[in-house]
Write a protein that binds this ligand. Structure first.
Ligand code: ADP
Length: 237
């Protein structure tokens, strides 16, 4: 069977992300160098100093950034040529929810990515998602009245409602207080989907299966948290 398969099947199905000889160059500056990776664990984190290329790396995985050289494929779909299919498999939660939330009310915002579905299906997904994340009572609320934590949750719900297999979170806890960081950690624990996350919050990464350490655009370490976190701490010392 080819790697390419139907997009919507069992949520727990592993989607395979492949990077072949991938480099990214902005103007003359190479931000990521010759990456070759096969990603199929459920919980993958990307760590590194500011400017090491983490954000560019995760943006490659749903076609927000295209490789200058090489190919990125998700279940065989090429991000360069099949971006639409890729984005149905891989959802992306931005670091700042204000970049993600575009509609005036919670309900309108969460409907935005699924508005082409049937009415009953839209209703089912909205209710289920808002209920699960404790936002149902805020359904009619204007988004500018939400707290920072509620906005981050809404941004995550806006991606979950599209039922992707893989969710990318780019530093999801950076702007949150301790209470909301714990909530995000709980959400990550309870999701069925694959998570690929960048973070400086090393405590959040203990349960992850695989950690990629980027340094100046190179992948310099790729291991479990028990090896990768001490390595990274030594690198940053
Ligand atoms: P990190 O997420 O680890 O902080 P980034 O991927 O955001 O790193 O950035 C890596 C490097 O690429 C930085 O030096 C940044 O200035 C540069 N960079 C990122 N995006 C662009 C862009 N669109 N154009 C030019 N340079 C960029």
């Amino acid at each position: 069977m080819s790697e390419k398969h139907v997009i919507y099947d069992d949520m727990s199905h592993k989607s395979t992300i492949r990077l072949e000889n991938v480099s990214v160059t902005f103007e003359k500056y190479t931000v990521l160098h010759k990456l070759n990776l096969l990603l199929d664990e459920r919980l993958i984190a990307v760590i590194g100093a500011n400017g090491s290329g983490k954000s560019t790396f995760v943006r490659l995985l749903n076609g927000l950034v295209l490789p200058t050289e090489g190919n990125v494929t998700i279940n065989g779909f090429d991000t360069r040529r099949e971006g639409k299919a890729v984005r149905r498999i891989v959802g992306f939660v931005f670091q700042n929810p204000d970049n993600q939330i575009i509609m005036p009310t919670v309900e309108e915002d969460i409907t935005f990515g699924i508005k082409k579905l049937k009415k009953e299906e839209i209703e089912r997904r909205i209710e289920e998602t808002l209920q699960r994340y404790g936002l149902l009572s805020l359904r009619k609320k204007r988004v500018h009245l939400l707290s920072g934590g509620q906005k981050q949750l809404l941004a995550i719900c806006g991606v979950l409602v599209m039922e992707p297999h893989t969710i990318i979170l780019d530093e999801p806890t950076t702007q949150l207080d301790l209470y909301n960081r714990k909530r995000i950690a709980e959400i990550i624990d309870n999701l069925e989907q694959r998570i690929i996350m960048t973070s400086h919050d090393l405590l959040l990464l203990k349960k992850f299966e695989r950690i990629l350490v980027l340094h100046e655009g190179h992948l310099i370490y790729d291991a479990s948290p028990s090896d990768a976190i001490p390595f990274y701490e030594r690198l940053m010392a």
